[in-house]
Design a protein around this ligand. Structure first.
Ligand code: FES
Length: 278
């Protein structure tokens, strides 16, 4: 990869970067996250020339840009495959079959965690929870969900990718787009696929439906509960008047000077067990 983009590409990418910065008029540096995704949408990873661009546009040092890029796992420091296949091996998915899926895919593709197949098509990643535990075990391809997987169904996914066949997530967009295409969406440039497919699956909606069938609802913040107590601001939850959620954070006025004063040398500390008298 060349150290710089062509003048034409640089001008185009810089325009996009400045469009991102314009979303954050008060805090331009907040644009860094989406700008790094923009770089990935061009180069497939956070390239040195991408770091230079972010540094120039945001008036940050390259070290500062790199510090962010190395902190978040969605930013790649080496070229990613066209499809990032993430297998959840966190305990819940793991015991539900995630570990077996991982072993099957890793053995079949001949790559380990964060490694890419020789043809540059697939990067395999062991993920720690995809926030889809109610659909365990879960596989993600370029951040699209494939729920309730088995080793056989996961192998079928990667074989379809190798055959150039479109793959269809359980939820979300109708088909999985490439890593670069998805990175551009993460940079905030919509691709028109956001409203395709269901966003929530049946297990996630079950609790909501049970609440609706039983007429359960959360009270407004200022609405007293059955016992007359008012839920803690921001919680809106019923029946927690005796829980920590119902207690407002202590203020200075709640704490008397006696309570904050440290015990003197001769005074016993209230938190320490009393010494036995001999
Ligand atoms: S443990 Fe796998 S999605 Fe949460």
């Amino acid at each position: 990869m060349s150290e710089t983009w062509s003048d034409e590409d640089y001008a185009r990418i810089r325009r996009d970067a400045e469009a991102i910065v314009a979303r954050y008029p008060d805090f331009p540096r907040s644009a860094l996250g989406p700008m790094l995704h923009l770089v990935q949408s061009e180069d497939g990873f956070v390239s040195p020339r991408g770091i230079a661009l972010c540094s120039e546009v945001l008036d940050l040092s390259r070290a500062e840009v790199s510090a962010v890029a190395t902190f978040y796992s969605q930013y790649r420091r080496h070229p990613n495959g066209q499809y990032n296949v993430g297998v959840c091996v966190n305990p819940l998915c793991g015991v539900m079959g995630g570990e077996l899926i991982w072993e099957a895919l890793s053995g079949h593709l001949g790559v380990g965690h964060d490694e890419t197949t020789e043809d540059g098509l697939i990067t395999l990643e062991a993920l720690e929870c995809n926030a889809a535990c109610d659909h365990a075990p879960v596989v993600m391809v370029n951040w699209e969900f494939f729920d309730h997987q088995t080793p056989a169904s996961a192998l079928a996914i990667v074989e379809d990718l190798r055959a150039g066949v479109d793959i269809h997530p359980t939820r979300g967009a109708d088909r999985v787009h490439t890593f670069k295409e998805v990175s551009r969406v993460l940079a905030g440039f919509e691709d028109g696929h956001a409203d395709e497919g269901p966003s929530a699956g049946e297990p996630s909606l079950l609790g909501k439906r049970i609440a609706e069938e039983n007429g359960w609802r959360a009270p407004r913040v200022d609405e007293p509960t059955d016992s007359g107590a008012t839920p803690a601001a921001g919680t809106g939850r019923v029946g927690e008047e005796h829980s920590s959620a119902a207690h407002k954070p202590a203020t200075e006025a709640d704490v008397s000077p006696e309570k904050v004063e440290k015990p003197g040398v001769d005074e016993p500390d209230a938190d320490e067990p009393a010494k036995e008298e001999k």
